[in-house]
Design a protein. Structure first.
Lengths: 207, 188
């Protein structure tokens, strides 16, 4: 259900942006867009400390390659500065691990080498928080570093092809194995930290 | 079941009425000869190809995509596969500022695949479909299309509980009508 609300919200956001007038001569202007794509989670670092049924302390620390397919969609709204940079607030829905999908809230800043509305390469950095519900005690924190190529469609609209590296820190309530069998429950865990590394391949429409 | 049939009938009637009420001179409606690109929707992701027929009066639209029913909400992790063909009639064409163009098509078609229905196992699906497509064509030969599509089909799958084969109406074909399809294509 959540993803349907996200999709509806970003479509409304796009419509509002599409109807507003564009003026490339302004130094600062409202801008926005819609981005979606494929998330390939490929590596996980984990650090668990729990007490088993016999009261023995167990430490599990390590990392492993673990390929999981996911997706993401997000809407962006922000400001364009001096035709080279932008700063946006992003709201979206993303998968970060197997059976782990979260709402995300983030800030992004990007630099467009050939100008904001011209064909050319750009870079961006993004950071934010997320969660599966508003009642999670510890939010997921994530960061992205990416690059892309912008294709100008007309003076108001452009299409981006983006690739980015994402790292997301999560705190699972229970320690589970690959088949989602619980190894340690919430009350047994003293530490539950994982970091998921992923590559995102995205397409974006921007106004 | 009866409600679903009524919804499908209304959808088909609406599309047919729209197509038949608008008369377009095919010679003034410049259809792209060939377009190829990607297909994006909450329904799935894949490729789409459009070919105009010999007199450029109609558009043959093909789509092949991974079906994401039950994937996005986490119930399953393996997508299905679905194909679709629509015989689209041009409805209107408008030249926009900046040299861009907007075109509207609609038409019937067929669809088949190996997909899931609402809360069901994967199975064979086959039926008829109808779509309406609005396309923005830009000067750099890229086009963006937004489409709404509904299908009336049947689904052959294993029953969830007792494992026997079940032949049912494909509910996702009508329920997912509200999910728009975005096609990004390069046209000649």
């Amino acid at each position: 259900m959540k993803i349907k609300y996200v999709i509806s919200a970003v479509i409304l956001l796009l419509t509002a942006q599409f109807l507003s007038a564009r003026n490339p001569e302004r130094k600062v202007e409202i801008t926005g867009g819609l981005e979606w794509g494929y998330t390939a989670t490929f590596y996980q670092n984990h650090n668990y400390i729990f007490y088993d049924e016999e009261g023995m302390r167990v430490d599990i620390v390590g990392g492993a390659f673990d390929y999981v397919s996911n997706g993401h969609i997000l809407g962006r709204l922000g400001l364009r500065f001096f035709n080279r940079a932008d700063f946006t607030f992003n709201f979206g829905y993303s998968g970060i691990q197997d059976a782990r999908r979260i709402l995300t809230y983030s800030l992004r800043t990007g630099y467009y080498y050939k100008g904001y509305r011209n064909n050319g390469i750009f870079n961006f950095i993004e950071g934010g928080v997320g969660g599966a519900s508003t009642f999670e005690s510890l939010p997921i924190v994530f960061g992205k570093l990416g690059a892309g190529y912008r294709i100008k469609l007309n003076k108001d609209l452009s299409l981006d092809a983006i690739i980015s590296y994402q790292i997301a820190g999560d705190h699972p309530k229970n320690l589970e194995d690959k088949d989602h069998n619980v190894i340690a429950y919430y009350h047994q865990l003293r530490r539950s930290d994982i970091f998921n590394s992923a590559l995102n391949f995205s397409i974006a429409l921007n106004f | 079941m009866a409600r679903n049939i009524h919804i499908f009938a209304l959808t088909v009637l609406a599309v047919s009425a729209l197509v038949s009420s608008v008369t377009v001179n095919a010679q003034t409606f410049e259809l792209p000869k060939f377009s190829v690109g990607t297909f994006h929707s909450a329904k799935g992701f894949g490729v789409s190809v459009d070919l105009s027929n010999y007199d450029s009066a109609h558009l043959n639209s093909f789509a092949l995509f991974l079906d994401m029913q039950s994937i996005l909400d986490g119930q399953s992790s393996s997508p299905g596969i679905r194909a679709r063909y629509n015989y689209n009639h041009p409805l209107c064409s408008k030249d926009l500022k900046n040299g861009d163009k907007f075109q509207l098509y609609a038409g019937p078609g067929i669809t088949f695949g190996y997909v899931r229905d609402l809360n069901s196992r994967v199975g064979l699906m086959c039926g008829v479909s109808g779509e309406i497509v609005g396309t923005f064509m830009f000067e750099n030969h890229l086009s963006l299309s937004l489409a709404l599509e509904a299908s009336a089909a049947f689904h052959l799958r294993e029953d969830n509980n007792i494992g026997v084969l079940d032949f049912k109406f494909f509910q996702a074909g009508l329920v997912n009508l509200y999910q728009p399809e975005l096609r990004i294509q390069y046209y000649w």
